[in-house]
Design a protein around this ligand. Structure first.
Ligand SMILES: [Zn+2]
Length: 261
């Protein structure tokens, strides 16, 4: 049983990357699964249009009864306990997803690399799964410029004056998070996961992802024909995800197109 983990910092095209990989019938994509641990049954609506508690994907694959943590810092604390072997499980969603995964399917978790999701690939491996990490990288300058524009959530609802103040106040922390966790995690993963880390560069795949798709297919053995077709038609099914994202917003149960063509 395999887990494909999309790592790297957000604001780097990772949602488009996730959507591409998710078109393969070999994978089950649950978006940023780490968010389920945060919201639990309060997690509003799955991108298929159903409330998360009624979505079959989540019913079996995640622990909706009790959120494991409600803020990011408590999750970081749990991560450290987990790493020190004081706590045997880091999150409910990892064990549920691993136990509930249908035969022959790979789980796609795109929780990326931030200070509270860094340890998830380790947790899957501890659960006896084969883990492939697709580490997505974007030019530093462009990622930082994207950070300056504000958080995804603020951008979704339209940035107001207090949001702008908040953006600038939080910026130093986001920049530290980017360098310390987003970037440094690549080297951590390379040490622990070796050749199972597939490094991809946004600038190289954004205009034509076919070469990247082949590389992912070769490394992970997922079938890529459907990905190529979906990209060719520029018609990507949004699938099942909880995390809010501008690319998925208001596209319940629909298809999205990739902007840059
Ligand atoms: Zn769903």
């Amino acid at each position: 049983m395999t887990v494909i983990y999309i790592a790297g910092y957000g604001r780097s095209g990772s949602t488009a990357l996730e959507l591409l990989v998710a078109q393969s019938p070999s994978v089950i994509s649950l978006g940023e699964l780490v968010q389920v641990d945060r919201y639990g049954s309060n997690a509003a609506v799955c991108t298929c249009g159903k409330p998360v508690v009624d979505c079959n994907h989540y019913k079996n694959l995640s622990d909706l009864e009790k959120p494991v943590f409600t803020n990011k810092f408590s999750y970081l604390f749990l991560s450290i306990l987990y790493f020190l072997n004081i706590r045997s499980e880091l999150s409910g969603s990892v064990s549920k997803a691993v136990d509930g995964l249908p035969e022959g399917k790979a789980l796609l978790d795109s929780s990326k690399s931030t200070f509270y999701s860094l340890f998830r690939p380790f947790e899957y491996r501890k659960k006896g799964r084969k883990v492939y990490i697709i580490y997505n990288k974007r030019r530093t300058k462009d990622t930082l410029a994207s950070l300056l524009r504000g958080s995804n959530r603020d951008l979704e609802k339209g940035m107001s004056f207090p949001d702008k103040i908040k953006t600038y106040l939080l910026l130093p922390f986001r920049v530290i998070n980017f360098f310390f966790f987003g970037r440094a995690s690549l080297y951590v993963y390379k040490i622990f996961f070796g050749s199972n880390v597939i490094e991809v560069k946004y600038e190289e795949w954004v205009d034509d992802p076919n070469e990247m798709i082949y590389a992912i297919g070769r490394a992970t053995n997922i079938s890529t024909e459907k990905i190529e077709n979906a990209y060719g038609e520029n018609r990507l099914y949004v699938g099942h995800a909880v995390a809010g994202n501008r690319m998925r917003a208001n596209k319940y149960g629909q298809y999205v197109t990739l902007g840059k063509r």
